[in-house]
Design a protein around this ligand. Structure first.
Ligand SMILES: Cc1cc2nc3c(=O)[nH]c(=O)nc-3n(C[C@H](O)[C@H](O)[C@H](O)COP(=O)(O)OP(=O)(O)OC[C@H]3O[C@@H](n4cnc5c(N)ncnc54)[C@H](O)[C@@H]3O)c2cc1C
Length: 805
């Protein structure tokens, strides 16, 4: 079996293209600027120097290969490149010849070798150009090989648990969206991590698909090209997913269609975020994150490695890792890893939360569902031809009830979610044949051509962990919370957990913050998890309005199922109870099917008043405010936050705010002076205020306006930095280019100056012109000040408080 089939083909094309690109670059070498090459090399070399010490737990060959490769990428001497490529070839040649993955890598490496030989003979005419061309390929090969070597590390198996444990600052258990986001953010802050993923291959089962603006803002700051723009490039056009369709069958009668982008021609809302909401299936998003992680030398992603158990002491954590047998000829085994912190991103069923002894609260299991992942280009064509493209189809007919997610209508890729009732029914009842039958009933097309890809039972639940932290271990994503998918908060919340945790871990590891900063993770994120859990459950109930009007009540069905499964009826053979259940369900569906006039008018009213399930939640996605945690509240701040958070109407709009604890609102900006903050990022990437903290590493941004206090604030920032060791980076948001250069207010060289491109910041800032906002690396406002008093002292005190020093 190949190691990463789900990403094998795209990666193959990439590598081929890369190899070709190197060839063409080599031909162009005389024209390439040696300066550019030097820049590339220095960019590549710096993070690689921070790469982990060679693992005691990996095979000798892969260890040698990693060492050699790092050296290669860092120094790029021709001889070392050759040696590294040869060593990589040796690693892959040890994999079973049947592995198409290995064979592909061998071909790419052989190509690289040929290119190196060719370049060697031409070296005298332009080594810099060659290096510039070869570096991306080297990086790619390094990454691919790392992943393969990780999967192959079970040669490691024999080194086993008694060997000296490998050291890494952060161990991340789980390579799902939240684990990978945590790793990418840590890497951005310069912190190494090992990501353990128990699967040997990427899942091809779609789950999440709707990505909200805040999650996209986090993705905007990661990867090169950034993940957000890759999501936009890969997602279907809005016309295919702007509606929810309520119908008696996907090709049957339409009961109602709800457009969730009324008045919008694109998924962007430029007044509130630089990023759109997006629709991309999780199994298509994951390869983008994996690819970014593989390119990142500070991330060691190990597929087929599962965290079995761990322990912790006041100074660190120690983990026992299981290596799966089977893939890449591995015979399996175990090894030990030690580190400073553990991020448990192992999903709802990973088990680390239980190991930590952390319980959960909330409504618990709500509904049992079977996910049928199927592909039918024919269905996609029919839906498009009929002008009924939608993201979700709520289907009610006499034979089937389902919610269908259209992941990609052009390609005909869907998931049908069908309720089932354990223990009388089980996943085994849903054979591929039965599932194909259900899909045809849902589509109302008895001869529909389709392929059932995967069938997965799952339980929709609402639960939140009592705490997100146990000593040096932190729960992230579904490990910390489970929501019904109604409202699409699961992954989106998990990514924001990662965003909150990563800078705190990095700041503590770098000595910029006290360990108390980590205790603010639960205080900040758990209220968000709880609010999103409650909202998702409320959304689920909202989503039931249509079926209830049609006489279908899942609560009654669950009750019936419970009654039939109860011990009092145990004298009835299981098959008989199951028959009663299924017959009663069918009677219910049949009764719902003739849609009487009364029901129609009730339905019309519900659709008209928008009382069905919503899709966009900007008030909740962008508008949550941390009321306690890593912040410094001034007088009146807490009351203002409480007022802002007072429950509002269900569909009240998001109101941007600069209250302490809130996300820094988006305002379009134009960079006028890079200053210290943007000198390295480059002004190109910065177009919104939300980009400013994202560029600051684990430093804090001090947001100012051009004013008489400007110089005072710049001096205060320098003094606070000197006293606390935390970079405090002043940024002036000026109203006009003229104002920036005028009079005695010229900004210091190290200050970043941006222009309020559309005047939005002036409306949003809600502090006096002389005032300042202190913004954390995750874009949340930590402190606000009106600009009067002892600026230096007060800023220093605020930095101390925020960083828990
Ligand atoms: C039908 C459906 C639709 C959904 N739609 C949306 C949506 O539109 N938007 C949204 O935001 N969310 C949605 N969600 C929720 C979303 O899928 C999850 O919230 C998301 O997958 C959570 O990501 P995660 O990384 O925390 O966990 P997972 O995705 O579960 O990843 C955890 C990973 O950890 C690995 N693992 C487990 N144990 C170990 C171990 N011991 N060692 C190493 N690795 C381990 C697993 O193999 C897995 O890869 C939906 C969910 C469902 C079921």
């Amino acid at each position: 079996m190949s190691q990463v089939p789900a990403q094998e083909h795209p990666a193959r094309e990439d590598d081929e293209q890369l190899a070709l690109a190197v060839g063409s670059e080599l031909r162009k070498k005389k024209r390439a600027a040696s300066q550019a090459a030097k820049k590339d090399i220095s960019k590549g070399a710096a993070p690689l120097k921070a790469s982990p010490a060679p693992s005691a737990s990996v095979s000798r060959q892969s260890q040698a290969f990693r060492q050699a490769w790092r050296k290669t990428a860092g120094e790029l001497s021709e001889e070392e490149q050759r040696t590294a490529v040869l060593q990589a070839l040796e690693v892959f040649r040890q994999l079973p010849p049947a592995s198409s993955y290995a064979q592909h890598r061998i071909r790419v490496l052989e190509k690289a070798l040929a290119l190196l030989d060719k370049a060697g003979s031409e070296r005298s005419s332009g080594p810099a150009a060659f290096l510039a061309a070869a570096l991306p390929l080297c990086r790619r090969l390094h990454s691919s090989a790392l992943a393969a070597a990780s999967a192959a590390a079970p040669g490691a198996a024999s080194t086993a648990a008694h060997a000296a444990p490998e050291e890494v600052p952060v161990v991340i258990a789980g390579g799902g969206p939240t684990g990978l986001t945590t790793a990418l953010l840590l890497a951005k802050y310069g912190v190494r991590s090992v990501v353990l993923e128990k699967r040997q291959t990427l899942t091809d089962h779609p789950q999440a698909h709707f990505i909200n603006m805040r999650c996209m803002e986090v993705f905007r700051s990661l990867g090169d090209p950034d993940i957000a723009s890759q999501v936009v490039a890969h997602m279907p056009p809005l016309e295919q997913w702007r509606r929810f369709v309520y119908c008696t069958g996907m090709t049957g009668e339409v009961l109602g269609m709800v457009d969730h982008f009324k008045g919008q021609t694109s998924p962007y809302q430029p007044a509130i975020s630089p990023e759109p909401v997006a629709h991309l299936a999780q199994h298509r998003l994951l390869p983008l994150l994996v690819d970014a992680a593989l390119k990142e030398p500070a991330i060691d992603l190990r597929m087929g490695h599962s965290l079995r158990s761990f322990s912790q002491s006041p100074t660190g954590i120690s983990a026992v890792v299981d290596v799966a047998s089977g893939g890449a000829g591995s015979s399996g085994g175990i090894y030990r890893l030690s580190g400073q912190y553990l991020a448990a991103a192992d999903g709802a069923r990973g088990g680390l939360r239980q190991q930590l002894g952390v319980g959960m609260g909330g409504p618990g299991a709500i509904q049992h569902l079977i996910n049928i992942h199927f592909v039918s280009p024919e269905l996609g064509r029919v839906l498009r031809a009929g002008g009924r493209e939608g993201m979700l189809y709520f289907v009610f007919n006499s034979q089937a009830i389902a919610v269908v997610v259209a992941h990609n209508i052009s390609e005909g890729e869907f998931v049908a979610q069908v309720p089932y009732f354990p223990p009388l029914q089980s996943g085994a009842d849903f054979t591929p044949q039965r599932c194909a039958e259900i899909v045809r009933q849902v589509a109302k097309r008895s001869d529909l051509e389709l392929e059932v890809r995967t069938v997965r039972p799952w339980t929709m639940a609402g639960r939140v962990a009592h705490t997100y932290q146990q000593g040096r271990a932190f729960l992230v994503g579904d490990a910390a919370h489970a929501f019904p998918p109604s409202g699409a908060f699961g992954m989106n919340t998990g990514v924001c957990d990662a965003h909150n945790l990563a800078w705190k871990l990095a700041a503590v590891l770098q000595g910029r913050a006290g360990p108390g900063l980590l205790d603010t993770y639960t205080a900040e994120r758990k209220p968000v998890g709880t609010a999103n859990c409650m909202l998702s459950v409320a959304n689920f109930n909202e989503a039931l309005r249509v079926p209830q009007i049609m006489g279908l009540d899942y609560k009654a069905a669950n009750l019936l199922s419970d009654v039939l499964a109860a011990p009092v009826l145990s004298w009835l053979p299981p098959d008989a109870r199951k028959t009663v259940l299924e017959t009663t369900m069918n009677v219910g569906k049949a009764a719902a099917s003739p849609i009487r006039r009364l029901r129609r008018s009730e339905l019309a009213e519900v659709f008209e008043h928008g009382e069905t399930l919503r899709l966009q939640f900007p008030k909740e996605d962008l508008g949550y405010v941390y009321s306690q945690g890593a912040m410094c509240h001034g007088p009146g701040d807490a009351a203002a936050v409480a007022e802002y958070q007072r429950p509002k109407k269900r569909d009240a709009p998001y109101t941007p705010t600069t209250l302490v604890g809130a996300r820094l609102p988006h305002a379009p900006i134009r960079v006028r002076q890079a200053g210290r903050l943007l000198a390295e990022v480059g002004s190109q990437a910065v177009a919104s205020t939300v980009d400013l903290p994202a560029a600051a590493g684990t430093g804090l941004v001090l947001l100012l306006s051009e004013s008489s206090q400007q110089g005072g604030w710049e001096a205060a920032a320098a003094a606070a930095e000197a006293a606390t060791g935390v970079p405090v980076l002043p940024v002036i948001v000026a109203q006009s280019a003229a104002a920036i250069s005028s009079g005695g207010n010229a900004a210091g060289e190290r200050t970043t100056v941006v222009q309020d491109a559309e005047g939005a910041w002036l409306r949003l800032r809600a502090i006096p012109q002389e005032g300042a906002l202190l913004v954390r690396p995750d874009g949340h406002i930590a402190w606000r000040h009106g600009g009067q008093g002892d600026l230096a002292n007060e800023l220093q005190r605020a930095v101390h408080t925020v960083m828990c020093k």
